[in-house]
Write a protein that binds this ligand. Structure first.
Ligand code: SF4
Length: 235
């Protein structure tokens, strides 16, 4: 089954710039950005990020305020701070054997960096990889990681898999079966997440947000600091 998948990937795999590097820092940035943001939006921002901070040591010494500003528009701003802290950790101590020691790096991201940058034999399991593994009941090897991610994004879709064009259809016990709709993220519009984003945008733009609850939450996460009445980005 894996041979069929890899042959499909040779023809249909996405040409993503972070797949052309083994630099763990560049790959970590791509993984953190892609966690909750669509690839199309990540692409130009990843390029710009690496032009600004090409090496982990450069990000490590950047002011947190610059990192937060550069992240604007990608959403889930805490990721920016975690990435910054991870860069500081790596600049000071090198890359840890256990990458989950890095701030903001969970099991999937650690395995992705281990596999794609360090060539370790681990299969990073994201929602796509898990879904295809469950549907095909096949244990794929780490060599199939990127192919699985692309198949999951374009063919073996969560709700209505496109079995008619799937290279694995001949061997897949789940072909033509549909899934229950997966639980989706609540709407952004009107959410507390939106209020936080609006408040942080105001601080980035140099004005003072009025939403005290959102400011308190941002301050708790270290995304802003409050000096008396004044709300500012951290140093
Ligand atoms: S045959 Fe259908 S369910 Fe099976 S892996 Fe392909 S797209 Fe997914």
């Amino acid at each position: 089954m894996e041979d069929l998948l890899l042959a499909w990937f040779m023809e249909h795999g996405r040409d993503l710039p972070w797949r052309r590097t083994r630099d763990p820092y560049a790959i970590l940035v791509s993984e953190v950005m892609s966690q909750q943001t669509q690839i199309e939006r990540v692409l130009p921002r990843w390029q710009r990020w690496l032009e600004r901070w090409p090496r982990v040591e450069e990000l490590a010494v950047a002011p947190a305020a610059d990192v937060i500003r550069e992240w604007q528009g990608l959403g889930y701003n805490r990721r920016a701070l975690s990435l910054h802290r991870a860069a500081r950790h790596v600049a000071a101590h090198g890359w840890p054997d256990d990458l989950t020691e890095l701030p903001g790096v969970g099991r999937y991201t650690a395995d992705a960096v281990a596999c794609f940058a360090f060539g370790r034999p681990v299969l990073p399991v994201d929602v796509n990889v898990r879904r295809i593994s469950e549907r095909t009941r096949h244990a794929f090897s780490p060599a199939a990681a990127q192919a699985l991610m692309d198949l999951g994004k374009t063919v073996c879709l969560a709700r209505i898999p496109r079995c008619g064009i799937c290279p694995l259809a001949g061997a897949c016990p789940s072909r033509w079966s549909r899934s229950e709709p997966s639980r989706r993220q609540g709407p952004f519009e009107g959410s507390f997440r939106q209020r936080r984003a609006t408040a942080l945008r105001a601080v980035v733009a140099g004005s003072q947000p009025e939403d005290a609850e959102a400011v308190a939450s941002l301050a708790h996460d270290g995304l802003v600091r409050v000096d008396g009445e004044r709300v500012a980005l951290p140093d």
